[in-house]
Design a protein around this ligand. Structure first.
Ligand code: PEP
Length: 232
């Protein structure tokens, strides 16, 4: 069983969620699904979700478990809303919110403390890849972003230049990076690839050695396409 993480980002609507839930109601699929929805939809999704292989995830959490942080969401809140997973360190958070590896690590620690499994995102920029720095950048990111004693977590390899661009990484590059990350982190680590995964290319990516699943942005908003990836 592979894991399909659907990241709606700041997209979708309650209407789309209802349509998706209706379409999937009587189906279960062969892959595990983690729906990372906008946080305001999580409680509604929790009420509607019936499939045993479907789980909910947040898209981010604060590093503190509670406090005076107006507008932020804590890992406890996500757990209360029905989440069992949370993305941390997505490149859009690292870029737009200037999140450092240390901040990502603190968020992952908060997630674990609240009973969530963190999905820790890493990935190199195009410039870093062209300069031959991809593996060293990734090594630094995993060394500094993963909590020291964490045992239950995913790492999502998402090359920044492949996210939302339609430019999926070459299969041999995905394979090289995933082999490297397994070597660095141990064979038991669960590794996802993310970056322009679609209903058309997901099967090739999922068939690669050391790829335990995919993280899907844009295509996860298309109910039929996500259904194909879940293998209903
Ligand atoms: C993402 O949101 O992490 C992502 C990989 O997006 P997309 O699938 O649209 O490239």
């Amino acid at each position: 069983m592979k894991t399909i993480v659907a990241n709606w980002k700041m997209n979708g609507s309650l209407d789309l969620l209802n349509q998706a839930m209706e379409a999937w109601q009587l189906k279960s699929g062969t892959n595990k699904v983690i729906l990372c929805l906008p946080s305001v939809f999580l409680s509604a999704a929790h009420t509607l979700l019936r499939q045993p292989n479907f789980f909910l995830g947040g898209q981010d959490c604060h590093a503190a478990l509670q406090g005076a942080f107006t507008g932020d969401t804590s890992a406890h809140h996500l757990y209360d809303a029905g989440c069992r997973y949370v993305l941390v360190g997505h490149s859009e958070r690292r870029q737009h919110h200037h999140e450092s590896n240390a901040m990502v690590k603190a968020k992952a620690q908060a997630a674990v403390a609240a009973g969530l499994t963190p999905i820790i995102c890493v990935g190199e920029s195009l410039e870093q890849r062209e300069q031959g720095l991809a593996l060293s950048v990734l090594q630094e990111q995993v060394e500094q972003s993963i909590p020291d004693n964490a045992t239950d977590f995913y790492v999502a390899y998402e090359p920044i230049w492949a996210i939302g661009t339609g430019r999926v990484a070459a299969l041999e590059d995905i394979q090289q990076v995933h082999a490297f990350l397994k070597q660095q982190l141990g064979v038991g680590v669960k590794l996802l690839y993310g970056g322009s995964v679609t209903a058309d290319n997901h099967a090739f990516i999922l068939s690669l050695e050391n790829v335990d699943g995919v993280l899907v942005g844009g295509a996860s908003l298309k109910i039929d396409d996500l259904g194909k990836m879940v293998r209903f």
